[in-house]
Design a protein around this ligand. Structure first.
Ligand SMILES: [Zn+2]
Length: 344
């Protein structure tokens, strides 16, 4: 099989948090069963597994108020129950699991920043991008990617960018960096879905720094190619981050039970390949993915595998789901609106 890219180490951590599960809830350890088996058998040789420790209190409070940490810890002690209506839940292990997901994300980001290059993927749950500084939300307890980005800034990065391609808007990440000029945030998401934020004009005070793209259903791979070319690449070239963080939610896949964005596995491969190129051009290669959503376990396995292939410089990956319906909508007007709004 062919190598198609330059070779860089891909630092990985994994946490499936088997104790964090709730009857009938889609955000379950079963999401990661298939990818766990695949990783055991067929990792790319460029991948390097890192051990990690649960995050310490002072790391979580880089982003979250102390009362949020106390709330998750105390609610977890009570055993399995819902803590807010989306619904987010906790179990007896959830506090430790949430600290573990943050710790695993920090391990990868710090490794990349300390070595000065490399790519990475924190394949973790519970996910994070809906968790706001003052409240858990949307299946998310602590905001893994936002804490890693805040830590990068605290450790001396002048600017970092977060690109969030999960099918839902990362309201928590947006709230975390609402007034933080060092952190840029781009989110593409399906219009009309949970949590309802993420309109083009959400953050008029932060044009060219907080970019929201509410996509029509059935946008598919083609729209993401256009977004990369027309919005993301021009934005990164002017924002000039030292590292790119990616909220990697794969619930935009056409088989996902929660959304209708209709990407396929090849689309996630191509998206990752282009993000790798972007990081190579503007950030000396520094880029990490943190897992967010994705609720069809076979598609999630293949989509994570496709992203790891692209990061590792390979072009072979498994794709059991096939092409899907493709791109059936044309958001040309939306792209033009965004270019005007953010002067890109
Ligand atoms: Zn999502």
């Amino acid at each position: 099989m062919a190598k198609i890219e330059n070779q860089q180490t891909v630092y990985c951590t994994f946490q499936d948090a088997p104790g964090h599960q709730y009857p009938g809830h889609p955000e379950s350890p079963k999401r990661l069963t298939a990818i766990k088996a695949w990783l055991d058998n067929a990792p790319y040789p460029e991948m390097e597994w890192l051990d990690y420790e649960p995050a310490r209190m002072g790391e979580v409070t880089l982003l979250h108020h102390q009362h949020v940490v106390d709330f998750v810890r105390e609610e977890s002690k009570k055993g399995a129950h819902e803590i807010e209506p989306s619904p987010s839940y906790v179990t007896r292990t959830s506090y430790q699991d949430a600290l573990g997901a943050v710790g695993a994300s920090l391990r990868v980001s710090r490794q990349i920043l300390e070595t000065g290059s490399g790519r990475g993927f924190a394949i973790v749950r519970p996910p994070g991008h809906h968790a706001e500084p003052d409240a858990p939300m949307g299946f998310c307890l602590f905001n893994n990617v936002a804490i890693a980005a805040a830590d990068a800034v605290a450790s001396g990065c002048s600017k970092v960018a977060i690109i969030d391609f999960d099918a839902h808007h990362g309201n928590g990440t947006q709230a975390a960096f609402w007034d933080t000029p060092e952190v840029g945030y781009f989110s593409s998401h399906e219009a009309g879905l949970y949590p309802g934020t993420g309109q083009v004009d959400d953050a008029p005070h932060a044009r060219q720094r907080i970019i929201n793209v509410p996509l029509p259903a059935f946008s598919g791979n083609a729209v993401f190619n256009t977004l990369m070319q027309e919005i993301i690449e021009p934005w990164i070239s002017v924002f000039k981050p030292e590292m790119i963080f990616v909220s990697a939610g794969y619930d935009g896949h056409f088989s996902d039970p929660l959304t209708t964005l209709t990407l396929n596995t090849h689309g996630f491969f191509e998206l990752t390949r282009r993000l790798v190129g972007l990081a190579d051009t503007y950030c000396e290669g520094r880029m990490m993915f943190v897992l967010e959503g994705g609720y069809n376990m076979i598609a999630l396995r293949d989509n994570i595998g496709a992203s790891l292939a692209a990061m590792s410089g390979h072009d072979h990956f498994t794709d059991e789901s096939g092409a899907g319906p493709g791109s059936l909508s044309d958001p040309g007007d939306l792209i033009e609106e965004l270019k005007g709004y953010h002067n890109l």
